[in-house]
Ligand binder design. Sequence first.
Ligand SMILES: Cc1cc2nc3c(=O)[nH]c(=O)nc-3n(C[C@H](O)[C@H](O)[C@H](O)COP(=O)(O)OP(=O)(O)OC[C@H]3O[C@@H](n4cnc5c(N)ncnc54)[C@H](O)[C@@H]3O)c2cc1C
Length: 411
Amino acid sequence: MTVAAPLDVDLALLGGGGAASLLLAALDRHGVRDLRIAVVDPVRRRGQDRTWAFWGQPDVDLDPLLSASWQQVEVATAARRRLLDLTPLRYAMLRSGPVYDRAAVAARRLDVTRIVAPAGTLTDDGTQVVVRVGDGQTVRAGWVLDSRPRPPARAGRTTWLQHFRGWWLEADRPTFDAARAVLMDFRTPQPPRGVSFGYVLPVSDRYALVEYTELSPVLLSDAGYDAALAGYRDLLGLDPAGLRVREVENGVIPMTDAPFTPRPSPRVVRLGTAGGATRPSTGFTFSAMYRQADQVARALAAGRAPVPAAAYPRRHRWMDAVALRALDRGGVGGPEFFDRLFDRNPAERVLRFLDGVTTPAEEVAIMNSTRLLPMIAATAGDAAHRVRDRLRPSRPAPAIPAAVTGAGRSG
Ligand SMILES: Cc1cc2nc3c(=O)[nH]c(=O)nc-3n(C[C@H](O)[C@H](O)[C@H](O)COP(=O)(O)OP(=O)(O)OC[C@H]3O[C@@H](n4cnc5c(N)ncnc54)[C@H](O)[C@@H]3O)c2cc1C
């Protein structure tokens, strides 16, 4: 039997999804040309498999890829509907197709080797990493950037999931207000443990993504998502007779204070959700992935190690742990929590806080706008839980479950 010689590369990207696609584009953008790069993923990502929504300043790099963007967004509760002006930020929608297409163009320019097989074990000797690939091949890499999905290092104190189903709805007459998006609509029936909301992202007056999202510990059934989403459509006053479901989007994103390991060994760096880019309190990931892709590409272009800054400052992760605990243990109601945040702060401050880029003074203002007593209780509970965690062996984190998809539907 002949054994194939190892493939020698400077950089091996394990996983070719969101984080890796943004990284390939960033490497191209920053003019990196002289690196040998391999991408290992059993799936060749292309076309529409998810829609990214995020906010930020208008941006020359991303804006040409957007399907839509909005200066005005609504946050609704049973008590009121608030219209927020996000200037100077904007809320943006980016479908996966253009991101994967741009990554494919970048990969050609960077002369990337694609290995369409699962990556297995990694052996890091501190100078290089040997990657065993499912098809029997071996890759020897100077650095590994690993975005394969994986659970956190150990169980968190709070383990929630953001799980959702969205319908791309086409209306037979003008139906949606394309000038504004619904960011969070908490008028949906609230689950016994957790928070739910709907949202609407219109790309025109006849076409919109309408989604039902739950932040809670357990998934719904297929029929449960359909019922919740139909309920939200009805709450919006949309007539199903004049609408067609063109695409279905399902997803599960971890929301936990459990630690993701960004650097498991000297020459392995984790990116994307596996590297901790998902904000525990919201599930938003895109902005941190984009930021880290840019940092890694800049570092490589300057001949430095491809190690990004932490996705979120430590104090943000602590605040998220407290907020998640307060929501989970029932001290704070989800709709009330978000309502107060937007009521007592400029929208821009809340959104920058949720991206992890506010100053400590702004964070004090944010914390002051939450109800004090439940947050103090959650802070004390979190501190006591941390002490208990130090005294007992850590428990393994549960795997992040796959999204529930209906028969024959896209995920
Ligand atoms: C439907 C959906 C909608 C989302 N919407 C938003 C949003 O609006 N805003 C936001 O901020 N975040 C959103 N997220 C969260 C987050 O931005 C995405 O999950 C994002 O794709 C994460 O990028 P990633 O690279 O970490 O993971 P992925 O994009 O999932 O990529 C992981 C890759 O690893 C590959 N892989 C798996 N096993 C192996 C193996 N053994 N070897 C090699 N490769 C392997 C997979 O095939 C996949 O291509 C959404 C997530 C989903 C699922």
